[in-house]
Design a protein around this ligand. Structure first.
Ligand code: BTN
Length: 370
């Protein structure tokens, strides 16, 4: 955790003037000012002189580290924490565009944990050229390894991370699935990430967000030619095998739901032999490109859902619901029911027809493999 002597954190908005980003682990050396130069201008000049990089190029390269001795800046110039004591000088404040975060909004993750060659590579390629969203994925943490991206993002959410924040990792040591199950994401074979949403919706509408995420993933995969479908409540299947799992977890306070972490695990490579009867991989895709595509697909659907709830996505929901009209086995809490799926209701419930009656199933899952 990087804080100044008074526990303050400095947040810099995207595109802040005068904040260069630079290559991974590069330390800004001197911080000597030319006459009439502000610290921010000095940083820009020294980056240009020392690294031969123009500030515009640097702004695209999100591998931001120590830029000026008193500062450490994280991704994309979004989050900046004073290090080594002291607040930014009035001159620097004048030439930048930032907000102070109160200490209780401190981002609790250690920057160093994210500082790997993989991360630099991911950031450069991903942020430099692929992301087409306004919000989702715009602030991001790329971690080589973590317990669970949901856990990491919940901590960031608690600390005040904004809507759209993304945590992506190569490896989870304690990945979580639905209903208390573990979720394995073998390195190199998965796209494993979480996105932070802060919907204003009432809890009963917020509860349908996993379906929105499922639609987004299925749509992104279909755009790449995969015959992806949604299986209630939030699995994405190729054929009858699972290619993606989604786990949404809420950040709550006494006021209610403050945020929802949407955790998504996509089998992008091969799946272990032992799981091959029920899981399927995409056979190798550009994970960063897919990540950008899912962010964009999610953002578009989220905007419609935020205004009109699930009904705003009705046509897509019916089209992508791959179990609609089919005989299914449902496992609600403590039982198993057999019937025919009649689709997904506006409140997210599965409609199950049995013995001529249609009944809503509010929670549980469609069983599929045994
Ligand atoms: C399921 O199908 O049971 C849900 C699986 C969700 C897995 C993802 S991977 C990213 C995020 N982090 C986690 O620990 N879980 C979700």
């Amino acid at each position: 955790m990087i804080v100044d002597a008074e526990g303050a954190v400095l947040c810099v908005r995207r595109g802040a003037k005068g904040f260069p980003s630079t290559a991974n682990k590069w330390e800004f050396p001197g911080g000597k000012l030319e006459p009439g130069e502000t610290p921010a201008q000095a940083a820009v000049r020294e980056v240009r002189e020392e690294l031969g990089l123009e500030i515009e190029a640097l702004a695209e390269c999100a591998a931001v580290r120590h830029v000026y001795p008193e500062f450490a800046i994280t991704l994309h110039g979004v989050l900046c924490a004073p290090v080594g004591g002291g607040r930014p000088s009035p001159a620097l404040r004048e030439h930048t565009d930032f907000d102070w975060c109160p200490p209780d909004k401190l981002w609790r993750h250690d920057f160093a944990a994210a500082d790997t060659p993989l991360q630099a590579h991911l950031r450069e390629r991903f942020f430099g050229s692929r992301l087409r969203t306004a919000t989702f994925g715009r602030q991001a943490r790329f971690l080589q390894s973590c317990d669970s991206t949901n856990t990491a993002l919940l901590a960031l959410a608690e600390a005040g991370a904004p809507e759209g924040t993304l945590v992506v990792t190569e490896e989870q040591t304690a990945g979580r699935g639905r209903l208390g199950r573990a979720w394995a994401s073998p390195p190199g074979q998965c796209l494993t990430f979480s996105l932070l949403a802060r919907p204003k919706a009432p809890p009963e509408v917020a509860a349908t967000l996993p379906l929105v995420a499922g639609l987004a993933v299925a749509t992104a995969l279909r755009a790449r030619g995969f015959e992806a479908g949604l299986k209630w409540p939030n699995d994405v299947l190729l054929g009858d095998r699972k290619a993606c799992g989604i786990l949404c977890e809420a950040q709550t306070s006494a006021r209610g739901i403050e945020g929802i972490v949407v955790g998504i695990g996509i089998n992008t490579g091969a799946v272990p032999e032992a799981l091959a009867h029920r899981a399927v991989g995409l056979g190798g895709v550009d994970r960063l490109a897919l990540l950008a595509e899912v962010c964009a697909a999610f953002e578009a659907r989220y905007a419609r859902w935020a205004k009109g709830g699930l009904p705003a996505l009705r046509a897509e929901l019916d089209a992508l619901d791959c179990k609609r009209g089919k005989a299914i086995l449902v496992r609600p809490a403590g039982g198993t029911l057999e019937g025919v799926s009649r689709g997904i209701r506006d409140d997210g419930a599965l409609l199950l027809e049995r013995g001529g009656q249609i009944e809503p199933i509010l929670c549980g899952e469609i069983a599929q493999w045994d």
